[in-house]
Design a binder for this molecule. Structure first.
Ligand code: UT7
Length: 334
């Protein structure tokens, strides 16, 4: 029997309209545009406004964008996996809410929680359902409303994160396209450096946890930076070696957008020139699970059928990993 691969056959994305610029942050806290740009590469990030709006609402826009582009009826989708760190609620899963709001009435779904590596973890999981022949149309979403867990009095985190997300469609092919390999890692000992202190079963919400600002992102930036630089570069180099890829045969690096300096270190390790590296951190900041599908969404019409793409991510947990994807289609020129 021929091996079935899971090809990405479409991409959708969504970012909210509101732009939180460095200039605006300068008015809110003790920071400067110069510091933010030099240390992170970020100029602005998008923020979701509006009462009662959450991650699912951005995901629904991305899913609709994807289905419209593909001309696919939402009822044809069999499974939707949502990678998010900012679910609409503790339960039910945001995947269920997205399916309901976007009319995916025949799909089942669940959420994946792996912080900034969530999208590559979810994409790998979705790939298995295609490769085994179980499903023919799977949507994988990566989305976050990071503004819902950011303390805008903390200059070390407020400048980094933003809101947004995207979605990809996975379909089977017997040709050599799609998600061809993955290296995924976790190290729970790293959790002390990046987490949200309260709101889970260990420390449920109380007046005190709210007063102590324990429902926001807690990050020891330098410790995370050090681990990220080494490990994201290591897995990217590893996936290249495993698949006999070289700097010449890799067309694109799609890296998680956490810090431009981490991205540059990974690209350097892979030997890739800047023009092969996808960067949109300047406009969106770190949207956590949203960064990678947003990269694919924005670069879709630059990709050519057969392009070798390496995706790499790093995040809280710690979690990290890399995927090797052979792009399956040409986007018609407009
Ligand atoms: O995606 C999930 C994984 N997360 C990451 O990958 C994030 C990894 N970490 C980072 O990207 C960086 O560590 C940060 C961007 C968070 C911080 O950059 P840094 O170059 O590591 O700065 P630092 O923490 O070493 O701080 C240097 C100085 C400190 O002042 P002193 O102690 O030297 O006087 C900070 O207080 O910069 C200060 N600082 C700021 N100054 C102006 C910290 N934040 C700011 C700020 N504006 N926003």
């Amino acid at each position: 029997m021929q091996k079935i691969h899971a090809a990405i056959t479409g991409v959708g994305g969504y970012v909210p309209e509101y732009r939180l610029t460095n200039a605006e942050l300068e008015k809110m806290m003790d920071t400067t545009d110069e510091w933010i740009q030099t240390r992170t590469g970020i100029k602005e990030r998008r923020i979701q406004k509006g009462e009662g709006k959450g991650s699912s609402d951005m995901a629904v826009e991305a899913v609709k964008n994807l289905l419209d582009k593909k001309g696919i009826d939402p009822k044809e989708i069999e499974l939707l996996i949502c990678a998010t760190t900012t679910p609409d609620m503790q339960f039910p899963a945001t995947a269920n809410i997205i399916c309901d709001k976007a009319g995916l009435s025949n799909a089942w779904g669940y959420d994946v929680s792996a912080a900034c590596s969530g999208f590559i973890f979810a994409l790998t999981t979705g790939t298995q359902f295609i490769e085994t022949g179980k499903h023919k149309k799977v949507i994988v979403v990566g989305v976050d409303k990071m503004s819902s867990i950011i303390n805008y009095e903390d200059r070390t985190t407020a400048i980094i994160f933003g809101d947004g997300g995207g979605a990809v469609l996975l379909e089977p092919t017997t040709e050599e396209y799609g998600v061809l390999d993955s290296v995924l890692r976790t190290d729970g000992a790293g959790r002390v450096h990046l987490h949200q202190k309260a709101g889970g079963s260990v420390k449920p919400a109380t007046m005190e946890t709210v007063m102590n600002k324990e429902h926001y992102v807690y990050q020891e930036g330098q410790a995370v930076f050090k681990f990220a630089v080494k490990n994201m570069a290591d897995v990217a180099a590893d996936i290249m070696a495993r698949n006999n890829l070289t700097a010449d045969t890799v067309q694109w690096l799609a890296p998680h957008q956490a810090n431009k300096r981490i991205i540059s270190a990974t690209a350097e390790r892979m030997g890739l020139p800047a023009e092969k590296v996808i960067i949109n951190i300047d406009r969106y900041g770190n949207t956590t699970n949203g960064t990678l599908p947003l990269c694919l969404w924005e670069w879709e019409d630059k990709f050519r059928k057969g392009d070798n793409i390496v995706m790499a991510a790093f995040g809280g947990g710690f979690t990290w990993g890399a995927l090797y994807i052979k792009w399956a289609y040409d986007t018609p020129k407009k």
